[in-house]
Write a protein that binds this ligand. Structure first.
Ligand SMILES: Cc1ncc(COP(=O)(O)O)c(C=O)c1O
Length: 373
């Protein structure tokens, strides 16, 4: 059998039957590779949420099954092992890592701390919404700094220039979302060192594993030795844990303690066991990365062929110009069962497409050509 079937099924522990059941039960992981499935407006392929279209690895599935033996115990059995594994991989101490129920838990707690302390948030415009949206809900003012005009990357110089003493946190997403650019490692490092003397700097590295730009560098090592600097990561993306919920925060112990004391949820034992297996499963990660590259290449080829302006990806999504209002873009795609990302002001004549399986990207390309060329 081809790699398309056997390797994928082996790695993820799913079967063709399971795929069929997913469809029959109205599951959302739709794909042209699912037998009998046709993309529709009501049941579209998700090119919208930057998920891993292959789901979780087989080893995570097995580890979660085995974790039921300890699931009657409180206090997150398995957390120490997971923290130690991640610490080993990053070359830091486990005491500088906190595990959360996804990384947005940390983003929201930091937004809450900012509001409780009576400060403002600074963020790039546009960027990922969770921290800033939550800040808006709890009544915090946000100082938006437009991305650069030339390459659409986060404008660190403009942020530095716009800083005022009432800013309590600067939220940086690296790579950014919805525009998958990175911040140059030297500029970012310099910025983090300087600005963390004035306020909390949060670097969200949700898409770290996908980065291809050699000018990128994780800020984890700096965060564990710098006051007021924190990095977040997630198992939701390349590990496929978006619905299972495991995220990480990396910082000095004092800041982690401040956050832990304010978190309202707790960590799921099965999820922690699954994450440990997944982070050890290099073969699976390589597989997902290879497929993501194939998927991106299909999109790049399509956009190059039609001279479409787009931002090359350091993630599992591409940002591209349609030249028409997003509501119209959404509709033209959706009527064919293609669900692309939401509107990202101020770029309302652009759209974000998340990668799916290469077979689905071919379908996306077909619909793009039908509707936009
Ligand atoms: C930049 C960024 N950070 C955080 C998250 C949320 O991650 P989690 O599922 O770990 O809460 C997302 C999800 O799309 C994201 O794009």
């Amino acid at each position: 059998m081809s790699e398309k079937i056997t390797r994928r099924e082996w790695l993820t522990g799913t079967t063709v039957l399971a795929g069929g059941l997913l469809f029959a039960t109205g599951g959302r992981a739709q794909s042209v590779t699912v037998k009998g499935y046709t993309p529709t407006r009501e049941n579209p392929i998700r090119f919208s949420s930057n998920e891993n279209p292959y789901g979780i690895t087989r080893s995570a599935r097995e580890a979660m099954n085995n974790a039921y033996d300890v699931s009657h115990l409180y206090s997150g059995a398995g957390q120490r092992e997971l923290r130690e594994h991640i610490a080993g991989a990053e070359g830091i101490s486990a005491k500088n890592i906190s595990i959360g129920s996804g990384s947005k838990e940390f983003l929201k707690v930091l937004a809450l701390i900012t509001e409780l302390e009576g400060g403002k948030v600074m963020a790039a415009n546009p960027t990922y919404h969770d921290l800033v949206r939550y800040s808006g809900w709890v009544g915090t003012d946000i100082k938006w700094i437009d991305v650069r005009k030339d390459d659409m990357s986060v404008d660190l110089d403009a942020m530095r220039a716009a800083y005022t003493d009432d800013i309590k946190i600067i939220y940086l997403c690296n790579p950014n979302n919805p525009i998958p650019t990175i911040m140059h490692k030297d500029k970012l490092r310099e910025f983090c060192i300087e600005m963390s003397k004035k306020c909390i700097v949060l670097v969200d590295e949700a898409y770290h594993e996908y980065v291809v730009d050699p000018n990128y560098e994780s800020m984890i090592k700096l965060a564990v030795e710098t006051d007021n600097l924190i990095v977040t990561r997630t198992a939701s993306k390349i590990h496929g844990f978006a619905g299972i919920r495991v995220g990480f925060a990396f910082a000095k112990e004092g800041l982690l303690k401040l956050i832990r004391e304010r978190v309202t949820g707790s960590v799921n034992t099965a999820a922690v066991h699954g994450a440990l297996a997944s982070y050890k499963d290099k073969e699976y990660i390589d597989f997902v990365l290879r497929k993501n590259t194939e998927a991106l290449d299909i999109v790049y080829k399509l956009f190059d062929k039609h001279n479409v302006k787009y931002i090359k990806s350091n993630s599992n999504f591409v940002f591209f110009e349609t030249g028409i209002d997003f509501s119209e873009t959404k509709e033209r795609f959706l009527k064919h069962g293609v669900n692309v990302g939401r509107p990202f002001p101020p770029f309302l004549t652009w759209a974000r497409v998340s990668t799916s399986k290469p077979e689905d990207m071919e379908y996306f390309a077909e619909i793009y050509e039908k509707e936009f060329t």
